[in-house]
Design a protein. Structure first.
Length: 404
């Protein structure tokens, strides 16, 4: 990918909405030797400056290779991020039966607070999101995936889950974020997914949880026999070289086997004595209660913790399949369009989502009075991920200040 921008009469330039990746930036001007800054890493939702000083005495190209500054002096927002490589090192196992596993990545960030209410990330439970930073509450977070809003309309929870293997970068902004994010007063959760490149690259994975590897739980009479395998893979590939790319993700999980349960049951003393008060202990009501109790059969208490407690085993089978497809089209160096569709299905429900939007667009025009121009060239053949036009704003400028 090559992007060319021209400075204005004051020597300032803007390269906006660049895809995530490593860049080589070259500044050229008539009568001056070119200067190149190599290994410039562009991250999600980042604005920073890259300065050049052209020397009229230099006739050969000068290449500068250096690490980026540890402190960003351009923006003041407080954010923490994980790259795809760092996510791979985290002890977070994908659980398809809970499509919010990716939110557990935020638990290692400073300022995270656990939601004390059960049922989090479940709109029917009305308890808010698991994302709670710096005491802002469980309903103050807002979510985006590839720059598209991912908020639940009623509870400010996330709607769509994300396969961990598809995440290029995960970021949480916990303070002083700009007005472009809105919709929340707490943290902003940004997820950028991977895209295809000119090379065919992918990975496969397999996880398994098995009760045979676990010890007998305290107080349990038997050890349930259950398994939770999960397998899948991702692959990125070119459809039209340098122009059209595809990225596919597939994952299948199944939680099956047996699970133990504990219930208190009626004993003969309960059935023979009064059951209802205030004149409701009538033969008709007793007959209705007996009909309900008969559906559960005759159970004998078997738990030593109580003379009315029964412990049993129930079988279950909960398969879940998740599939996503992403297409990136770059008709010109200045434009990049992306479209993605995701389907998650189980034995009882299927949910499909689709989003499409321009990911990158050059803004403004070069001025005739501009003294020179800069060129940004990718350090590899194609982008590994696309920074969204809404969630990413990357600027480089000749002086120390930048404009958006």
């Amino acid at each position: 990918m090559v992007r060319e921008v021209t400075t204005n009469e004051r020597g300032r330039y803007n390269a906006t909405f660049l895809p995530i990746g490593r860049y080589r930036i070259t500044a050229t001007m008539s009568g001056f030797g070119p200067i190149t800054r190599d290994r410039v890493d562009v991250r999600l939702n980042e604005t920073f400056a890259v300065d050049f000083r052209l020397d009229p005495t230099a006739k050969e190209e000068v290449t500068v290779v250096g690490e980026r500054p540890l402190i960003n002096t351009v923006t003041s927002d407080v954010k923490q991020s994980l790259t795809a490589e760092q996510i791979l090192d985290r002890p977070t196992v994908q659980n398809l039966n809970n499509n919010n596993t990716f939110l557990a990545l935020a638990e290692t960030f400073a300022g995270f607070q656990e939601n004390p209410t059960s049922g989090q990330n479940n709109p029917t439970a009305s308890s808010g999101s698991s994302i709670n930073f710096n005491g802002t509450g469980t309903r103050g977070a807002t979510f985006q995936i590839d720059g598209v809003n991912n908020d639940d309309a009623s509870e400010n929870q996330n709607r769509q889950g994300v396969n961990l293997a598809t995440i290029q970068e995960f970021q949480v902004i916990s303070n002083t974020f700009s007005a472009e994010f809105g919709r929340g007063y707490g943290a902003v959760v940004l997820v950028q997914t991977k895209s295809g490149t000119n090379d065919v690259k992918g990975e496969v994975f397999y996880y398994r949880q098995d009760s045979q590897w676990n010890a007998l739980q305290y107080g349990a009479l038997v050890k349930p026999d259950n398994q939770r395998p999960s397998y899948g893979g991702v692959v990125g590939f070119p459809i039209v070289k340098n122009e059209l790319f595809g990225f596919v993700s597939f994952e299948h999980g199944r939680q099956s086997g047996q699970g133990s349960y504990v219930r208190d049951i009626f004993i003969p003393a309960d059935l023979s004595g009064p059951r209802l008060s205030r004149g409701n202990d009538t033969p008709a009501n007793r007959a209705w209660q007996d009909a309900v109790l008969a559906r559960f059969g005759s159970l004998t208490p078997n738990d030593p913790r109580s003379n009315r407690t029964y412990q049993g085993i129930a079988t279950f089978d909960r398969p879940v399949t998740d599939a996503t497809l992403r297409l990136d089209w770059a008709p010109r160096a200045s434009d990049l369009w992306s479209a993605a569709t995701s389907t998650r299905g189980s034995a009882s429900t299927t949910r499909t989502s689709f989003s499409a939007r321009p990911r990158s667009r050059t803004t403004g025009r070069p001025t005739s009075a501009s003294p020179g121009h800069t060129r940004s060239r990718r350090g590899r053949s194609a982008s590994c991920a696309t920074a969204s036009a809404c969630a990413t704003r990357t600027s480089t400028s000749r002086p120390a200040t930048t404009h958006r």
